[in-house]
Design a protein around this ligand. Structure first.
Ligand code: C2E
Ligand code: CA
Ligand code: CA
Length: 585
């Protein structure tokens, strides 16, 4: 009796566990069950009913497969068959059930064999736990990891993943990436604030989204950069046509915001498809290159290998420039001096100081290559100051050697001149280094007047008053206006090479150089002609009363020591006569 009671109690406990367990339990056995009693052997507990939203009766009728999410059925069935075959003794998976109200419940399901002492292979127990909340969180996290939260577009991670997948199994047709670089949007943030630019990016997103199809996926790969990934390209002109489609959509927006953008295009092929990082780097290079074209609001260009080399060189130059900016004695950075000859005394009147960079890796870097980089990377001001230090040192050396009337002209970049403290910094240096401003010429190009003509002219006046000479460099190439020249606070016009070189091509009476010289003289300005390479040009300049000449006919730019040697000899014209007579012999 006691024993029987114990058994009954055990049954009550087991039943209570089954009824109250916080986990869904389904016990099934005897699949071959035919009679009503045998069917009874399928049991589910209340938690199972709660999770699936179905009663035991209902479940028995419809079966689990029909209430499983269609996307999970195949996997579940596969496990189930292997389980029934005896291949595995149990399995665990995450799956979705569809409740009667069509809502979805995610469960973690563990299925294991139930050994009941008989031989029926069907016996098993299935435990399910509701993991819907975790799954929702997981989905949210996955979404966040794959999308830009502001534009809602797929992000760079997603593009990288997709490209990596496609590198393994190339999809059919050609593929290409279109990188839209809108870095200039950044400038709007400082004027109109963060939300203005963010809203603009949203608008741009909605415009670009019009172009999306199954084979044209849009990504927001970085703050102000978008990328289209095109697959299955079949038409020969599809790439170019698509570039035009992008530009025609974006250009009106950019025009309204007064912004420029760059569209880089990269075609993906067998060779380049493997390295996803490289693909995106190349795309960025092409878009940066397109940005520099500036021939329209959204210029575009296709990547080629030369661009990569170009960008790498630019990076190296930038690094070298940091040294030049930090230290006037930086080893790779030096000045050369090209003599300027006075046609009257036929002697060296002075020199133009020309900056040079030479390193083992880069070789010789011409100034037309490094000056724009220094200007772009904002290092020009420091470098310009160091150039002045070097030039003033040389000027002092010349004075000490007794060449007291020699003038050195230094090129001043617009960025330097337009700094609010340029006057203070250059005059401070003159005083500190004890040089005479009368021996210093400042060469500026006309482009400086484009920013603010009146203000710039005032700066020039203070510099002139201090004693510096001021020349307009490359005269005739910019927006030169002789009418305005009279008002300019300058002392000299430096005629651009192009004018001088034209002298050989046209009849002397048709050249306007003579008129420019006489007009400049009437305004009290001296005239220097640069780029003088032959006797025809020289003769013309002599005949038309040009004051100074500079060019390879006399000398290229030389080192300080060579410059001193030239001063010691100072016989360019004699030399010329000798060489021309020796040529005749
Ligand atoms: P630029 O001021 O017009 O300098 C004259 C350029 O013409 C120099 O080139 C000089 O070597 C070259 N040149 C002189 N005579 C002849 C000639 O007869 N034929 C030919 N074909 N060329 C001649 P470089 O040294 O390459 O300088 C190029 C430009 O770089 C300069 O043009 C100037 O704008 C800039 N630059 C050079 N040094 C400095 C500097 O210290 N500071 C700044 N801001 N710019 C500099
Ligand atoms: Ca110059
Ligand atoms: Ca020049």
């Amino acid at each position: 009796m006691l024993n029987q009671e114990r058994v009954l109690q055990q049954i009550r406990i087991n039943d209570a566990i089954f009824q109250q367990a916080p986990i869904g339990i389904a016990i099934s056995f005897n699949s071959e069950a035919q009679s009503a009693e045998e069917v009874e052997t399928f049991r589910i507990n209340p938690m199972y009913e709660k999770i699936t939203g179905r009663s035991q009766e209902e479940l028995r009728q419809v079966g689990w497969a029909s209430i499983t999410h269609p996307d999970d059925v195949a996997e579940n069935l596969q496990y189930y068959k292997r389980f029934l075959n005896g291949e595995i003794n149990g399995y665990a998976m995450e799956k979705r059930f569809i409740r009667p109200d069509r809502s979805i419940v995610w469960v973690h399901m563990t299925v294991t064999r139930l050994i009941l002492g008989d031989t029926l292979k069907y016996n098993h127990v299935s435990l399910i736990q509701d993991i819907t909340e975790q799954k929702l969180l997981e989905t949210r996290l996955k979404y966040d990891a794959e999308h830009d939260h502001w534009t809602g577009l797929l992000n760079r991670n997603s593009l990288e993943k997709l490209l990596a997948q496609h590198a393994l199994v190339s999809p059919p047709g050609k593929r290409a990436l279109f990188g839209i670089n809108l870095n200039a949007v950044q400038t709007l943030t400082s004027t109109y604030g963060f939300y203005y630019t963010q809203e603009l990016l949203k608008r741009i997103t909605s415009f670009l989204s019009i172009l999306c199809t199954e084979n044209r996926i849009l990504f927001n790969t970085y703050e102000n950069r978008f990328t289209f990934y095109l697959t299955n390209i079949t038409e020969a002109d599809e790439v170019m046509n698509f570039a035009e489609e992008i530009t025609s959509i974006l250009e009106p927006v950019l025009l309204a915001e007064r912004l420029n953008g760059g569209l880089g295009i990269l075609e993906i092929n067998q060779e380049n498809s493997q390295d996803v990082n490289q693909l995106l780097k190349k795309l960025l290079i092409a878009s940066e290159k397109a940005l520099t074209l500036q021939d329209r609001e959204l210029a575009y260009c296709i990547f080629d290998e030369n661009m990569e080399a170009e960008i790498e060189r630019e990076e190296q130059i930038k690094q070298e420039l940091s040294c030049c900016a930090a230290d006037p004695d930086c080893e790779s950075f030096y000045m050369e001096y090209q003599p300027i000859i006075a046609l009257k005394g036929k002697k060296i009147f002075g020199f133009e100081a020309l900056a040079r960079i030479r390193t083992e890796v880069l070789g010789f870097v011409p100034p037309f290559e490094f000056i724009p980089i220094a200007e772009k990377s904002k290092q020009m001001v420091e470098i310009g100051q160091n150039i002045l230090i070097k030039v003033f040192k040389f000027l002092k050396q010349l004075e000490e050697l007794g060449y007291e009337e020699i003038q050195i002209a230094v090129n001043i970049s617009a960025i330097q001149l337009l700094r609010p403290n340029f006057y203070q910094s250059i005059t401070g240096l003159v005083e500190e280094m004890q040089v005479n401003p009368k021996h210093i010429g400042l060469e500026i190009t006309e482009s400086v007047f484009m920013s603010n003509y009146l203000d710039v002219n005032l700066i020039l006046k203070s510099l002139l008053d201090y004693g510096f000479h001021i020349a307009i460099d490359d005269f005739g190439t910019g927006y030169s206006s002789l009418a305005r020249e009279q008002e300019l606070n300058i002392s000299c016009l430096k005629i651009d090479k192009a004018f001088v070189w034209r002298l050989g091509e046209i009849e002397p009476e048709k050249a306007i150089l003579g008129d420019i010289i006489s007009m400049a003289h009437r305004m009290g300005h001296c005239v220097v002609a640069e780029g003088v390479e032959d006797e025809i040009q020289l003769n013309y300049l002599v005949q038309h009363g040009c004051d100074h000449v500079q060019g390879f006919l006399f000398s290229k730019s030389v080192s300080e020591q060579e410059a001193i040697k030239l001063l010691q000899k100072n016989d360019f014209f004699m030399e010329k006569q000798r060489t021309s007579s020796s040529k005749k012999e």
